[in-house]
Write a protein that binds this ligand. Structure first.
Ligand SMILES: [Mg+2]
Length: 369
């Protein structure tokens, strides 16, 4: 961990958990460092497990409307994991394999690929090595049996080009800005200490598959949100910092981002709908700028309540798994693993593996760079 991040965590620990009158002569700085590391590791795990929970909660809701899910599952919608083709659904319009409750999708699978690449060579000063490793892992996943959970078209085209020898610098689909660009970058915000590096690496990561500025800037925004939530930053501060960083870079993203504070008191049913139905809302999130704006809206409304945040994000007419995955990564980084509902933590797919990845990511973060 770099000194700046550790100092922030130490200050946070000292003000929130230490007794200011405690002066027994012991070396407090060592204890504080250990406690700060423990808090950081808990928050990294909260984000990794949190994004998988959000993704798994939203998976059966993708391609289904709020009205349909409320009618068939219950008035509260999806508040717990259900199977992709739960028999209560009247129209199992999702083609392909059924999946049991708690199954996550390509969003988590690609996030894990990014995390593993960071663990292997995130500390290399040469970014080309890191991007090549990420691209390699994307191809490996894309052509594996695990890839049976509705990945986006641009990701498919890019992975095919990469397999056929195209460099990661040229593999991105030029004008594509699907939310596949930003639903996978949370580990970048968890790994790097410096916010410029977080944004830069997230943009490069997005560009492997998506070339449109809204895709690359949406990824920078998502990763910076996670990095700041990890430090315990407030939603207004996170919003302001991201606004500053995307300024002048992607008009459609800036437009949606700027309207979030004015929509916080409006219900999701009014805000997270197609822009054709409400031009003043945030859209259905099939594209990058709408997905990160929707996730930020849900996080800002529930910054300290993981379950309320991801339930709101998952129960939408649009790209439910991606909105809830991004929102889960941000709120999870803020509240930590201790703030996640144990009944979802224990039942999400590959729970033990998610914990393991988070632990290794936290350990890798300590490497001197
Ligand atoms: Mg997905």
């Amino acid at each position: 961990m770099k000194a700046t991040m550790k100092a922030t965590m130490k200050t946070s620990m000292k003000t929130s958990m230490m007794d200011p009158t405690d002066n027994d002569g012991t070396d407090e700085s060592v204890d504080e460092g250990v406690e700060a590391d423990a808090v950081l590791a808990d928050r990294i795990a909260g984000s990794i497990v949190g994004l998988a929970i959000g993704d798994a909660l939203g998976y059966p809701h993708e391609f289904r409307t709020v009205a349909q899910v409320r009618r068939e599952i219950g008035p509260a919608g999806l508040v717990d994991f259900v199977a992709l083709k739960d028999r209560r659904f009247s129209r199992p319009i999702i083609v392909g394999t059924d999946h049991p409750p708690g199954t996550f999708t390509d969003d988590t699978q690609m996030s894990l690929a990014v995390a593993e690449a960071l663990i292997v060579c995130g500390s290399e000063p040469d970014r080309d090595a890191l991007m090549t490793e990420m691209a390699h892992r994307f191809v490996e996943w894309y052509f594996s049996d695990d890839n049976d959970r509705s990945p986006g078209a641009a990701t498919g085209a890019a992975c095919t080009a990469l397999r056929d020898g195209t460099s990661w610098r040229d593999s991105g689909v030029k004008d594509s800005k699907g939310c596949g660009a930003n639903m996978r970058v949370a580990p970048i915000g968890l790994y790097f200490d410096d916010l410029d590096t977080v944004a830069d690496v997230a943009r490069r990561c997005a560009s492997i598959t998506h070339g449109h500025p809204c895709g690359t800037e949406g990824a920078a925004a998502a990763a910076v949100c996670v990095a700041l939530a990890l430090r315990g930053a407030s939603p207004p501060d996170i919003h302001a910092e991201v606004a500053r960083r995307i300024s002048g870079r992607a008009m459609a993203l800036e437009a949606l981002w700027s309207r979030i504070p004015w929509l916080l008191d409006r219900a999701p049913g009014e805000v997270l709908v197609a822009l054709e139905d409400n031009p003043a809302g945030l859209g259905e999130s099939w594209v990058a700028e709408e997905a990160i704006a929707a996730a930020m809206y849900c996080f800002w409304r529930h910054p300290d309540d993981f379950h309320a945040c991801v339930v709101e994000a998952a129960n939408t007419d649009g790209d439910s798994d991606s909105i809830a995955c991004i929102a889960g990564s941000i709120v999870g980084a803020r509240v930590g693993l201790a703030g996640l509902p144990p009944h979802l933590v224990s039942r999400v797919e590959k729970s033990k593996h998610l914990h393991d990845v988070a632990q290794r990511l936290a350990a890798a973060r300590d490497r001197p760079r």
